[in-house]
Design a protein around this ligand. Structure first.
Ligand code: NAD
Length: 247
């Protein structure tokens, strides 16, 4: 077991991050589950073996440095970083306060930057992989997503920037852009008319399951994706392939 690969999954206490954690564990990895919600974190990790719960806020540089130090001290290696933690805010551009804008950017964009920078020294030792979680809202604009969509579009570009520089150290950097999944994050912002618009706009005519997003994340972290870097994979039931818009 000591040679088992190690993944760090931010926002892993529930939703897509927890689904990714479960697949990594099924495939024999060990997982450091990072979350700022201590209660959810310990509830999720309690029944699982080969996990290390780490309470941290990914938008805080000191907290992030502590995560990498803790994982390196516990397991001595990091093979993959999944930058999954995120927050959602749906509000009209002219009614979004600067504080709301900053909170979304701090977690969804600054958090990815901070965790990636902090993990690079460990990932360089294993020639590891990074997968960032963006969104279809980062690929296509629609109303109410001025902060959320902009943060996710930036994550897609940040993926390419890091891929361009980290390749020489053997680190691959990719991105998954999920379509809608009925997690706590989505259900807090998807009003009934948004839900029905998604059903109409998605060729597969349904929401995705967290596990369907997680399978793509784990694939991109695995050796099966050994020549894939700088890419964004939309896992969205065909939404991005069509021109059908959302309100
Ligand atoms: P979720 O709310 O179920 O899980 C997000 C987790 O991130 C939570 O456990 C939360 O406590 C944690 N988190 C939030 N801010 C944090 C911080 N600063 N530090 C540490 N942990 C923090 O949401 P989810 O739907 O599973 O979302 C996972 C990712 O997928 C997010 O980046 C989200 O934007 C993205 N995404 C989700 C959907 C969807 O429809 N659910 C669609 C596209 C993209």
């Amino acid at each position: 077991m000591t040679d088992a690969k190690v993944a760090i999954v931010t926002g892993g206490a529930r939703g897509i991050g927890l689904a990714a954690t479960e697949i990594f564990l099924d495939q024999g990895w060990r997982v450091a589950v990072v979350d700022r919600d201590a209660e959810e974190l310990h509830r999720a990790c309690g029944p699982l073996e080969n996990v290390l719960p780490v309470e941290a806020d990914i938008s805080d540089p000191q907290s992030v440095d502590g995560v990498i130090r803790t994982v390196a001290a516990q397991w001595g290696r990091v093979d993959a970083l999944v930058n999954n933690a995120g927050v959602a805010l749906f509000s009209r551009a002219d009614r979004t306060s600067f504080e709301e804008w900053r909170e979304v950017m701090a977690v969804n964009l600054d958090g990815v930057f901070l965790c990636t920078q902090a993990a690079v020294p460990e990932l360089a030792k294993t020639r590891g992989a990074i997968v960032n979680i963006a969104s279809i809202s980062g690929l296509r604009a629609s109303t109410l997503r001025v902060a959320y969509g902009t943060s996710k579009a930036a994550v897609i570009h940040l993926t390419k920037q890091f891929a361009a520089e980290l390749g020489e150290r053997g680190i691959r950097v990719n991105c998954v852009a999920p379509g809608p999944v009925k997690t706590k994050l989505a259900m807090a912002v998807h009003a009934p008319e948004i839900i029905s618009a998604y059903y109409d706009a998605i060729p597969l005519n349904r929401y995705g399951e967290a596990r369907e997003i997680a399978e793509a994340i784990v694939f991109l972290c695995s050796d099966k994706a050994s020549f894939v870097s700088g890419q964004t994979l939309a896992v969205d039931g065909g939404f991005d392939a069509t021109g059908v818009g959302l309100p």
